[in-house]
Every structure is written in structure tokens, then in C-alpha cells.
Ligand binder design. Structure first.
Ligand code: MN
Length: 509
């Protein structure tokens, strides 16, 4: 294994583009810290020209990451985009500008209305412009998977000649078959002058469920950078999943002549973190990080695994951080024990913030005796959610049963500190609570999805509710809330989604 494969994480750019997954800059910073802990080589932090909040996020991540990773900013092959990316990257110790243009017939004629010559000229100018601003410039040939291979070579040659340090050959639409895509990477590796000094990157989408296979085919044929996202988040069916390619390379390093520097025991935590922050659940049978990824239910399999794990398990759960921990805190655990455990989980707090975490911890410990790591993560993330809240639920009182009329009394504070007490009736307790919240917020939205799940073990587990709402403009927002009481979780989740909706519309204006 001699080839180091760079892991380029685009959860904060391509991943964030998927419906309902937008994150505010504070949430992006939390994800960026986890990406650094995990050892990714490049963090694509956003698309600065797209909105003031994206610009801010890129620049904040630049200062948080330091020299822990390269921080990349996305742009189109437009000078204003590139200038804006460079400006946002001023805080980064190792900045990279990512720029590029569509190279497939449909992108050139239907989207760009440009001839082949114009596209080559534009690519070359964009790379040269970026190169004048930073040393590290990545050029992407958008929709390369459906491009004429000979024309692709021409564009890539122009980008390399103009000084690109990385060439990304994306299958933007997830259209290719793996061997076809591998051949395209090989064509570039074998036919572009000067390519030996340039990194070739693969970027695939999962429209045919092939995103991981495409990335690996690329690696086999000369690519040394994989662009991917946590949980495979991303446009449409998503991007290549980071955890999948990393573990595939780990299992087959010799055949692929490849390794990565990813700290694999972080994979499960990173997955949970991104899932909680975006409100996008991970399917139970998802490879590597799904809840069932290491569960055995058939009798034959259980028997085999009990005799020897390797009979039906290719990965030791501990290798990806899924083994769970035996450390259980209780109400008797003091400040030091809690702080220590949180640090081990990767969270550190200033003293004034820690007090709030400790108080919430005591409440949970009083209610459920044993507090697991998952509970702690839920407490921390709940608190991180609250900081950016427009509306906060202070209290919720519910009356329901048979034959009562379900009634909710909610106390809600807005960001200016105005406290409102409202009551409402509904068809059930959740409906009553949501109607009460609607009365305060006064914004139209449609509830699309509502799901309850127990985070930890036992009947006293914390219940987590995920909701999906659609705003009047058709945009989708996810929200999450957790509490011992699932009606309270439901109300928190709904308010969380509404807060996201309001923040996103402010960020756009
Ligand atoms: Mn993409």
C-alpha cells in the first residue's frame, strides 16, 4: 500500500445542498471540528458567492481548522465567484479554490450556451485567475461522466496548463458504470501532459446506487483523491459515502494499492452528528453506519458469530466506533467525570457553557438513572441547537386521554425575550402542541413527515423526534428534538424545523 488517497469531504457543500439539509454556520463549525478529528485531508466548506451565510461559514471554518486540513471553497468559472472564494478563504492556513465548468454536450448547449472552444477558454481563464490568488487550485469538469472523452482531455489539458493542482473528473449525475468511469480516469491519467504532478480526483453520485463503486474504480485507475460526504448526503440520491470508501480501502488496501489517513473509530460518531444536525436519518441497513450494520438476527448467523465473529462479520464494530462504550454515568457522577467523558467524546466547553450541560445531565440522570454516551451526545447537540434558536420552548403542559379533548398549553420565548403563553386543542396531544406553536409563530408550513425513535436502550430512553416541514415556497426543512417525554420532543422538533426555516430565509435575504 503505497498510495495515500486524500479524503475530500464535501458534506458542508454538496451534502448541504440536499433538500432539508441546510446547516447554519455554527452547525457547520461543529461538523468541521469532527472532520478534523477524523483526519480528512480536505474540507470543502461551502460556496461563498451563493449567500452571505455561506461566505461566513467558509471563513469561520478556515480559522477553526488551522493547518488541520486544507479548506476548499467552491466556485463556478466566473471571476466574481473565484474572487469571493479567495476572500472567504483568507482565514485558512491551507486554502484551495475549487472552480470548474460543465463539459458534457447537454451542459454546454442547454445550460451554458457555449461552444467547445469557449468552454476550454473559460476553464483556462478561471484556473489562471484562481492561481493568481492561491497556490492550490482544483478544476472540476462538471458532468465529465457524460462528456465526449476526447473533448474532456482537451479541457483538462487546458486546466493543467493553466496551473491546476487537482483535476476532478466528476460523474455529476451518477450515470456511469464503474468500469466505464475507471477507463475515463485512466484516459486522463495516460494522456494529459504534466498530469504526473497533478492529483486526479473522483466525485460520484449515487443515482444508480453505484457511487462507492465509481470512486473505487477511479482509485484503481489512478485517482488519488476521493470526494465524498458523511452518510452519503448530497443532491438527489447523494454522493459517495465517506465511511464506505474509507472502509473498502481499509479492507482491500493491497488490491487497490491504497490507504487513507482516516481515524476510522470516529466514523460512527461523525455519522450520528451529521444525522442529528441535518435531521436526515440514516437508514438502518446503511453500510458501515446503519443501526443494523452489525446486527445479526438469523439463528444460523447468530450461532456463527458466537462461535467466531469473522464467520459473518468482515469489520470489527470497534474499528468504526460502533462497539458502544461500557462507561455509564449516573446522577452521582460529578463535574469532573462528566467533563472527562465529554472530552473523550470530542466535546469541550468553556466553564460558563459547561454548567448548562451539567444541569441538563443531572435532569436526565435523575429521570433515567443510567446515562449512556448517546444520551450525552443528545444533550450536547440539543444545547448546540438552542444557541441559534429564534423561538425556544420553555414549558409545555398537555392534557389528553379518553374521553378528554387533547389540550396543550405552551410557553414560548422569541429571540427578543418576549414570552408568550398559548393554549390550543387538537385531535391528539401532538396536534394540540403544534397548533399552539403555530399560534405564536404565525408562519405557514406543512408537516410532511413525523417520526419517533428511541436513542438509547430501555423503556426510559430519550425519545427523539424528527419532523420534515415544507414552507410556502416549497423548500423543505428538517427538525429534531429529544427529551424523555416524546410530546416535548415533538414540540422541540417542530420548533427546531421552524427556526431553521426562519434562519434560512434570513440567510438568503
Ligand atoms: Mn456533486
Amino acid at each position: 500500500m503505497t498510495r495515500k488517497i486524500d479524503i475530500f469531504d464535501t458534506t458542508l457543500r454538496d451534502g448541504e445542498q440536499s433538500p432539508g439539509c441546510s446547516m447554519n454556520s455554527q452547525e457547520k463549525s461543529v461538523v468541521a471540528r469532527e472532520l478534523v478529528r477524523m483526519g480528512v485531508d480536505v474540507i470543502e466548506a461551502g460556496f461563498p458567492v451563493s449567500s452571505p451565510s455561506d461566505f461566513r461559514a467558509v471563513s469561520e471554518i478556515g480559522s477553526i481548522v488551522g493547518d488541520g486540513a486544507i479548506v476548499a471553497a467552491f466556485s463556478r468559472a466566473i471571476e466574481a465567484d473565484i474572487d469571493c472564494a479567495a476572500e472567504a478563504l483568507k482565514t485558512a492556513a491551507r486554502p484551495r479554490i475549487v472552480t470548474g465548468i460543465g463539459v458534457s454536450p447537454t451542459h454546454m448547449s442547454d445550460k451554458l450556451h457555449m461552444s467547445e472552444d469557449e468552454v476550454v477558454e473559460c476553464a483556462s481563464r478561471a484556473v489562471a485567475h484562481a492561481k493568481a490568488l492561491v497556490d492550490d487550485v482544483e478544476f472540476y469538469a462538471e458532468d465529465a461522466g457524460r462528456a465526449d472523452p476526447q473533448f474532456l482531455l482537451r479541457v483538462v489539458q487546458a486546466a493543467v496548463d493553466a496551473g491546476a493542482t487537482v483535476i476532478d473528473i466528476p460523474d455529476t449525475t451518477g450515470y456511469c458504470l464503474p468500469d466505464e468511469y475507471g477507463a475515463l480516469i485512466k484516459l486522463v491519467a495516460d494522456n494529459v501532459r504534466g498530469i504526473e504532478d497533478v492529483k486526479i480526483a473522483v466525485h460520484a453520485h449515487n443515482d444508480l446506487g453505484l457511487a462507492t463503486a465509481l470512486a473505487l474504480a477511479g482509485v484503481r485507475n489512478g485517482a488519488t483523491q476521493i470526494e465524498c460526504t458523511i452518510n452519503g448526503l448530497g443532491e438527489r440520491a447523494g454522493n459517495t459515502a465517506l465511511e464506505e470508501v474509507v472502509m473498502a480501502i481499509r479492507m482491500h488496501g493491497d488490491e487497490l494499492d491504497a490507504y487513507t489517513d482516516i481515524v476510522t473509530p470516529e466514523l460512527t460518531r461523525a455519522s450520528r452528528l451529521v444525522s442529528r444536525i441535518t435531521g436526515m436519518s440514516v437508514q438502518a441497513n446503511k453500510a458501515i453506519v446503519g443501526a443494523n450494520a452489525f446486527a445479526h438476527s438469523s439463528g444460523i448467523h447468530q450461532d456463527g458469530v458466537l462461535k467466531s465473529r469473522s464467520t459473518y462479520e468482515i469489520i470489527d464494530p470497534a474499528e468504526v466506533g460502533a462497539a458502544g462504550s461500557d462507561i455509564i454515568l449516573s446522577a452521582r457522577s460529578g463535574h469532573a467525570a462528566l467533563r472527562h467523558r465529554l472530552q473523550e467524546l470530542g466535546y469541550s466547553f468553556a466553564d460558563e457553557d459547561f454548567e448548562g450541560v451539567y444541569e441538563r445531565f443531572l435532569e436526565i440522570a435523575d429521570q433515567k438513572k443510567e446515562v449512556y454516551d448517546e444520551d450525552l451526545e443528545s444533550i450536547v447537540q440539543e444545547m448546540q441547537r438552542e444557541v441559534a434558536a429564534v423561538y425556544t420552548l420553555n414549558a409545555l403542559q398537555i392534557q389528553c386521554g379518553d374521553p378528554l379533548v387533547p389540550t396543550a398549553v405552551a410557553t414560548i420565548t422569541d429571540e427578543d425575550g418576549n414570552r408568550t403563553v398559548v393554549s390550543a386543542t387538537g385531535t391528539g396531544p401532538v396536534d394540540a402542541a403544534y397548533t399552539a406553536i403555530d399560534k405564536v409563530v404565525g408562519i405557514e408550513s406543512d408537516l410532511q413527515e413525523f417520526a419517533v425513535k428511541a436513542i438509547t436502550r430501555g423503556i426510559d430512553a430519550i425519545g427523539e423526534v424528527t419532523v420534515r416541514i415544507t414552507a410556502s415556497d416549497g423548500r423543505v426543512y428538517n427538525g429534531r428534538g429529544s427529551d424523555n417525554d416524546i410530546i416535548v420532543s415533538s414540540a422541540k422538533a417542530y420548533i427546531n424545523a421552524i427556526n431553521r426555516m426562519i434562519q434560512a430565509s434570513r440567510a438568503r435575504s
